[in-house]
Design a protein around this ligand. Structure first.
Ligand SMILES: NC(=O)c1ccc[n+]([C@@H]2O[C@H](COP(=O)([O-])OP(=O)(O)OC[C@H]3O[C@@H](n4cnc5c(N)ncnc54)[C@H](OP(=O)(O)O)[C@@H]3O)[C@@H](O)[C@H]2O)c1
Length: 350
């Protein structure tokens, strides 16, 4: 476990990256995304931050609170329902009009629901899309801006997907998108394994950027807000009992920011000769982490809430041997092609 004082000391060094870092937090209007965004604003010089979500009132509150954390920070809200990939594309275009580069993309969009398969207008399940397809679409669309960040000082380009690395299970390769075999449990398992393998696949293709899938442990957030009242009440009643087993808001923000920015998790081939291109220098006594493909410093990492490497080793080895990375990559690009055609047809009708 990386000690909390080491985490804070590392985050404080983010100031050495200089002014004007640009970061996008999808899911930054609540919970873990909000806490991580605030930790970023607190520890950087004149940062430019975008919060993506649906809740404008929450965004307004966070923007106000961020001003108190750092007067020179600039935090903006981009409203979008990212259960639709068309909306992801729209937001990315908006960001592309405003920014030449992005240094950090943090994604924590998600919900808790009792619904079964709930298809969006693009034929994808909405929860699956929050946990997985929207995240991969943001990364794919924003790669040019993340690459631009590697070509100018401080050459710093990082991606964090906060879901549940380390809780992998068996996947049904006959129905990866769960069109016919959906259950909430399978949705969790599929999206966790797919986030794992895409961190590795992207890292192999984009060696100047770090790709990380992390787990937050248990954090008291707004995650249950979409559940019916009868399901929310017992969660509320139990939360004081759960408190000793939960990670607090500030600690969560600090730890996820550390994971997102530390040189423990460097890109495979950091750009330029700047030391900071590999991330905030590795804390004394620690060493560069082993990537999801088993190679130290591979650029794609599965990281637990406490900064340690995670992942169900035996299962992931079996899946590596089976070529799951290629299977998941091709499936995802196939889904993107399919959805692009659907959205093009919708646009043609208008
Ligand atoms: N909390 C935990 O203990 C825990 C444990 C393990 C894993 N996780 C995972 O960590 C991630 C973050 O969870 P959290 O606890 O921080 O939850 P949270 O407080 O509910 O935050 C979820 C974020 O996702 C956004 N979001 C939800 N639906 C959206 C939509 N349709 N379009 C755009 N944005 C949407 C929400 O924004 P708006 O409401 O503004 O749309 C909010 O900013 C989730 O993937 C969750 O499964 C959490």
């Amino acid at each position: 476990m990386v000690a909390l004082d080491i985490v804070h000391a590392s985050n404080a060094q983010l100031r050495e990256l200089g002014p004007g870092l640009v970061a996008l937090f999808v899911g930054g209007t609540s919970g873990i995304g909000e806490y991580t965004a605030k930790a970023f604003v607190r520890n950087t010089v004149s940062p430019h931050v975008y919060l993506v979500g649906r809740n404008a009132a929450a965004a307004e509150r966070i923007i106000h609170e961020c001003k108190a954390l750092n007067h020179d920070g600039n935090v903006e809200f981009l409203k979008a329902d990212v259960t639709e990939l068309g909306e992801v594309d729209r937001v990315c275009q908006e960001v592309g009009k405003r920014e030449k580069h992005i240094n950090l993309l943090v994604q924590s969009q998600g919900n808790m629901t009792l619904k079964g398969r709930d298809e969006n207008s693009e034929g994808l399940d909405r929860k699956f899309t929050l946990n997985y397809y929207s995240r991969m679409r943001f990364i794919t669309n924003l790669l040019p801006l993340l690459r631009n960040a590697t070509s100018t000082p401080p050459h710093f380009s990082r991606i964090l997907s906060i879901l549940s690395a380390g809780t992998e299970g068996r996947v049904n390769f006959e129905d990866l998108e769960l069109k016919n075999t959906f259950s909430r449990m399978r949705c969790a398992t599929h999206t966790i394994v797919m986030n794992d393998f895409m961190a590795e696949e992207f890292a192999a293709r984009e060696p100047r950027t770090s790709f990380i899938h992390s787990a937050p442990l248990a954090v008291n957030t707004g995650l249950a807000r979409e559940l019916p009242l009868w399901a929310r009440l017992p969660i509320k009643a139990l939360s004081p009992l759960m408190a000793p087993f939960m990670v607090g808001a500030d600690e969560t923000g600090a730890r996820q920011l550390f994971i997102a920015t530390s040189g423990l998790f460097p890109p495979a081939k950091p750009a330029g000769d700047s030391v900071l291109a590999a991330g905030v220098p590795v804390p004394k006594g620690l060493s560069v982490a082993k990537g999801a493909n088993g190679k130290v410093g591979s650029g794609g990492y599965l990281v637990n809430w406490n900064g340690e490497i995670t992942g169900k080793e035996a299962l992931l080895k079996e899946y590596h041997d089976k070529g799951v990375g290629k299977i998941v990559w091709e499936h995802t690009m196939g889904i993107f092609d399919r959805v692009e055609k659907i959205n093009q047809a919708k646009a043609d009708v208008k």
